[in-house]
Design a protein around this ligand. Structure first.
Ligand code: GLU
Length: 415
């Protein structure tokens, strides 16, 4: 089977929404494509003295509701169409959470796992040297995504500040605490996801204290998803995985110990007293809650009929294809769609920007309460819309978000 193009998936989802909303065809036409995109070539001096040229992108999808916002991904399989899809999803995500922001995404084709810290720093700075005219605290604000982290954000903020001739903390979010980062940003994606899962569980009568959980991916989102499952709700984590494979334990895993093992060995695989399990089999486990927290297109028409979880909580962006969506809906699986479920990250990023502008920083309790409120309101707006239009949760999330972006475009006189 040909590899699915994430941007075609994003466009198909929008087309479905346009039908449901009977969207004006001019609005639909504008929303189907990115507003602007930049392609850059980044020559980097490698540690062995050679110069390697990396390809980078920044896509600004739509800024009708405010400056664009979205992470930067460093990944060997990055493509412009992946970045376009992710930028579109950021647009819907910010609108759904009612943040005064549009959507964007960036990416560099590279393999950070095979690069030294020095090479990564030079690449991060070179990216900013190439895109700085295009971004800014009131224009477009990047953040971390797959394989980028707070240290990379710090280098990028520093580079932008040097060019601007003054500190510009608000140009990037997901920074370390010492340079304008926000408390609560580290676990925000997973925490926001759990506030949504809590509401879904109430809706379908699942007792979280007795629930079993499987998590695909053990990066920032996946690890914190496992950690919070246990610490916030007392769930049992029966399986987790990463790119190298997965582990299963009927008795339940200790997320901290697994993280330490991964830090030492480079993978969750071979964690003591567990059985090996493939990423594919993990998705089909008989669990209450399945959390895809890695990459796009992992739940497809092929494996969707075998999904036994009661709740699929999408912490990854775009893990489920449109065909799979139909199958899960028919089978009564409760899907918390990606740009609702994983919106905690950008929500606390928005809080970080506000604190940077304000020059006054909130404590953790305040961040958690504000995040909970935002996620809970967004979830209920999606649930109510799904009942009103008799559509699945993803279609309902699209309906809420697209309506808001369309309204902003109309008020501004774009259409
Ligand atoms: N990369 C994250 C996402 O996909 C966070 C974006 C942000 O904080 O701007 O939502």
């Amino acid at each position: 089977m040909a590899k699915l193009n994430p941007f075609e998936v994003a466009q198909r989802q929008l087309d479905e929404c346009a039908k449901i909303l009977k969207l004006d065809s001019n609005v639909h036409g504008i929303l189907r494509v990115p507003m602007r995109e930049l392609h850059v070539s980044l020559p980097i001096r490698m540690d062995d003295g050679s110069v390697k040229v990396f390809q980078g992108f920044r896509v600004q999808y739509n800024d009708a509701r405010g400056p664009t916002k979205g992470g930067i991904r460093f990944h060997p399989d990055e493509t412009i169409d992946t970045v376009r899809a992710l930028a579109a999803w950021m647009t819907w995500k910010c609108a759904l959470l009612d943040l005064p922001l549009g959507g964007a995404k960036g990416g560099v084709i590279c393999n950070p796992k095979q690069m030294s810290q020095g090479e990564l720093e030079r690449l991060s700075r070179a990216y900013i040297q190439s895109v700085w005219r295009f971004i800014g605290p009131d224009k477009d604000i990047p953040a971390p995504d797959v394989y980028t982290n707070p240290q990379i954000m710090a280098w990028m903020m520093d580079e932008y500040s040097k060019i601007a001739g003054k500190n510009q903390f608000g140009v990037i979010t997901g920074k370390p605490l010492g340079v304008g980062g926000s408390v609560g940003r580290g676990d925000a994606t997973a925490r926001g996801g759990w506030y949504v899962i809590r509401e879904v569980a109430k809706e379908c009568g699942i007792d979280l204290k007795k629930a079993t959980v499987a998590v695909q991916g053990y990066g920032n989102a996946g690890y914190y998803a496992a950690h919070l499952a246990k610490s916030l709700f007392g769930c049992k984590i029966v399986a987790v995985s990463d790119t190298k494979g997965g582990i299963f334990s009927k008795e339940g895993l200790d997320p901290e110990a697994v993280r330490e093992h991964k830090a030492k060995t480079g993978s969750v695989v071979n964690f003591p007293n567990t059985k090996p399990i493939s990423n594919e089999k993990l998705l089909e486990l008989e669990v209450d809650i399945l959390i895809p927290a890695a990459l796009e297109n992992v739940i497809t028409a092929k494996n969707a009929p075998n999904i036994k979880a009661k709740i699929v909580a999408e912490l990854a962006n775009g893990p489920t294809t449109p065909e799979a969506d139909g199958i899960l809906y028919k089978n009564g699986v409760h899907v918390a769609p990606d740009f609702l479920c994983n919106a905690g990250g950008v929500t606390v990023s928005y809080f970080e920007m506000v604190q940077n502008f304000y020059m006054y920083y909130w404590d953790e309790k305040e961040i958690h309460e504000r995040l909970d409120k935002k996620m809970t309101v967004a979830y209920h707006s999606v649930l109510n819309t799904s009942k009103e239009y008799n559509v699945n949760m993803r279609q309902a999330a699209y309906a809420v978000a697209v309506k808001r972006v369309a309204e902003a475009m109309k008020i501004r006189g774009w259409i």
